[in-house]
Design a protein around this ligand. Structure first.
Ligand SMILES: *[C@@H]1O[C@H](CO)[C@@H](O)[C@H](O)[C@H]1NC(C)=O
Ligand SMILES: *[C@@H]1O[C@H](CO)[C@@H](O)[C@H](O)[C@H]1NC(C)=O
Ligand SMILES: *[C@@H]1O[C@H](CO)[C@@H](O)[C@H](O)[C@H]1NC(C)=O
Ligand SMILES: *[C@@H]1O[C@H](CO)[C@@H](O)[C@H](O)[C@H]1NC(C)=O
Length: 653
């Protein structure tokens, strides 16, 4: 690669020295080439070494999968203005391989484009290549089709049936990123193998060794490969192997030395690295919005930088779990899906605005390294719809009347089939017994679902009669009682995949009804299972509200609005009249809304999904639609009531 590229990356550090190099370089381009680019660990000076000079990175996390590609440059530039010299990102496997052997690296999935943009704005890259990423992302990045094999592979282990899937994926991914390694003229300085493996029960060193040799095979002998684990013996013990450089993660603390001491047990020499220094925290549906105090984070960052450590701030730009990409945390006694916003209380908010925290952290960085000045940045929010931002939902389509259009697959079997049986990753499944149900004398009915993943709305003669929500890793026999309005009628159960578990021992998280359904203790057999991935709602046939009485549940409502004016701006959609469902703007799935559960009330609408002229919003309401409903566009996010937890060192999943 050319000298120019080397100089551009050096320039990004904004050392005065760099200007010199730039001149030197342009005058001597024939002499300084690829060979001059090196990135290694200098064990003797407890530092990284870049082009033979001591180097430390000050990095921030941004996941390209959570920001539309339209905004990558905007977010990355702002990270550069904060004084960062690197960006850290995960590569979510399931974002790139929707079907076995079918890859998507286009548009918002254009990993190489993202890496090149980072380099172009002056950032190096720390690549967390997986295969497992956690990250509050659907199934920790694993494609759910890995669960379809029988028997399912033991994930994150040396089980040969798992390794063969991983090898095929790495054989695709790693050759793609190899030309972008620092030594080859690209921005990637280090590559992480697996993620916080020491937190997982398998503790299989053969697996880690296998990954290490696979990464080496494709990326060559020079690139720095590393692991990340919680700063504690319990995590590092199973997460590290000698041939991978061990790093740790921890949040704001008075005493970073105490946490780095754990890294030192495994790496007596070499750079101190905190791979996830928490700027905020993640949310769960039904819990308060998490925020973290900026002053405490800034003062802790100061202490970390004073130790000459390298640090990555997790997150610097959180972004959004658009569509169905959120994951869930799950223990034996809990199932906690994450909401649509991944704002994370990060220094750049969900739509990339610089917050007060951004300024605080930039001031700390400035004590150690020169930071660029911030140019004027235009980033407007608009309120669309009528004067107060309202749009009105005057068209609807009943789910039960739309199955022919929306059902991508329909299968009849004795028992309800899972999402995996249906080869469906996301969305909803409708379960309907083939035959009408005849009840005995009692009109009080108890319906029981054995292993519901994750949430069901239950209909008797198309009337909503109850809901059930998974509450644990395994949910044996959850029941709901209702009064049937007639002794003979139709039963339907709509099940939502709320997000596959991304952390803990339940990551092999199948969806749908995993076992049987019982009415008053008697199993119901002979079911039709209909796949509703909701990826084809543009084919729905809508009816004007008014001609007939619209249903209030399992219904699609549509509103239209017009945008005139030259520039398209971001906005937020407030759905507070609605109960639970999914919002789709111009065929782009914004994600789930659930304002009654909270904490988040607004959905981020990036300008990139809007267009001049007529725009449409479709809400799929599964619980209870308002009468003559509307939503409101607003100019500020409402992520719910927040709690700011005290100063503490958090060891994250
Ligand atoms: C940090 O690096 C500088 C320059 O190499 C050195 O003088 C200083 O002692 C180092 N500080 C620590 C805490 O290691
Ligand atoms: C929708 O998802 C199903 C899998 O559930 C897939 O077969 C189909 O091709 C997808 N359709 C579109 C339009 O993406
Ligand atoms: C069913 O009806 C009875 C009698 O009207 C009432 O007491 C009971 O609360 C109802 N149960 C449910 C689940 O609605
Ligand atoms: C976007 O914001 C700019 C600046 O406030 C404004 O001039 C423009 O009209 C807005 N665009 C729309 C479509 O509202």
């Amino acid at each position: 690669m050319s000298c120019k590229m080397a100089a551009a990356v050096l320039f990004s550090r904004l050392h005065c020295k760099v200007f010199l190099l730039l001149f030197l370089c342009s005058g001597a381009s024939l002499f300084i080439g690829v060979d001059s680019r090196s990135f290694t660990i200098d064990y003797d000076s407890n530092s990284f070494s870049k082009d033979g000079q001591p180097f430390r990175y000050i990095s921030g996390s941004m996941h390209y999968s959570r920001v539309p590609s339209y905004y990558w440059r905007d977010r990355l530039s702002k990270m550069y203005y904060a004084g960062l010299n690197a960006v850290q990102t995960y590569v979510p496997w399931n974002f790139h391989e929707p079907f076995p052997g079918v890859y998507n690296f286009e548009g918002d999935h254009d990993l190489v484009g993202f890496l090149k943009t980072a380099q172009d704005v002056g950032l190096l890259v720390i690549l967390r290549a997986g295969p497992y990423i956690c990250g509050e992302w659907e199934m920790g990045g694993f494609p759910s089709w890995t669960l379809r094999n029988q028997p399912p592979p033991t994930l994150r282990s040396s089980d040969p049936s798992y390794l063969s899937l991983v090898d095929a994926w790495m054989g695709k991914l790693l050759p793609l990123v190899k030309p972008l390694l620092y030594e080859n003229g690209g921005p990637i300085i280090t590559v992480q193998v697996e993620n916080e493996y020491g937190s997982f029960y398998t503790c299989d060193q053969k697996y880690m060794n296998h990954l290490e040799s696979t990464f080496r095979q494709y990326l060559g002998p020079n690139v720095v490969l590393f692991t990340t684990d919680g700063a504690g013996d319990g995590y590092l013990k199973c997460g590290t192997i000698p041939s991978l450089y061990a790093t740790v993660d921890f949040g704001a603390t008075d005493n970073p030395e105490g946490y780095f001491a754990f890294q030192r047990k495994y790496e007596p020499k070499g750079p101190l690295v905190n791979s996830e220094f928490y700027t905020g925290w993640l949310d769960h549906w039904g819990q308060a919005h998490q925020t973290r105090n900026g002053d405490q984070i800034a003062s802790s960052l100061d202490k970390i930088l004073a130790l000459n450590a390298s640090v990555n701030m997790y997150m610097f730009e959180g972004g959004t779990n658009f569509g169905f990409w959120n994951g869930a945390n799950c223990g034996g006694q809990s199932y906690q899906p994450q909401p649509t916003s991944y704002d994370y209380d990060a220094p750049l908010n969900e739509r990339g605005e610089m917050t007060d925290k951004f300024g605080l952290l930039r001031s700390v960085i400035k004590k150690y390294h020169p930071v660029p000045s911030i140019p004027p940045i235009e980033s407007d929010v608009s309120v669309y719809g009528d004067k107060s931002g309202h749009i009105y939902y005057d068209e609807y389509a009943d789910l039960f009347e739309s199955l022919k259009v929306l059902g991508t697959k329909q299968t009849t079997a004795d028992r309800p089939l899972t999402f995996e049986d249906m080869e469906q990753d996301f969305g909803f499944i409708l379960y309907t017994p083939v035959d009408d149900i005849t009840l005995s004398s009692s009109d009080q009915v108890t319906l029981t679902i054995d292993e519901l993943h994750d949430r069901a709305t239950i209909y008797w003669n198309r009337q909503l009669v109850g809901t059930l929500l998974r509450s644990a890793g395994l949910t044996k026999n959850m029941s709901v009682s209702f009064n049937a309005t007639s002794s003979k009628g139709s039963l339907a159960i709509l099940v939502e995949n709320m997000g596959r578990v991304n952390y803990g021992s339940y990551i092999a998280d199948k969806k749908g009804i995993l076992n049987g359904v019982y009415l008053n203790g008697v199993e119901v057999l002979h079911w039709t299972t209909t796949s509703l991935p909701l990826n084809n709602t543009n084919e729905l046939q809508f009816t004007q509200v008014g001609s007939t009485t619209p249903p209030t549940s399992a219904v699609f409502y549509k509103a239209s609005f017009t945008i005139d004016g030259s520039t398209l701006n971001d906005t937020y959609l407030l759905t507070d009249q609605w109960t639970k469902g999914v919002a789709i703007v111009n065929d782009f799935n914004l994600g789930r809304y659930w304002p009654v559960k909270g904490p988040q009330k607004t959905l981020y609408v990036p300008a990139s999904v809007l267009k001049k002229g007529t725009n449409g919003v479709v809400l799929f309401e599964v619980d209870s639609a308002p009468n003559k409903g509307s939503t409101q566009f607003v100019d500020k996010p409402d992520l719910g009531l927040s709690v700011t937890r005290a100063f503490e060192a958090e060891v994250r999943w």
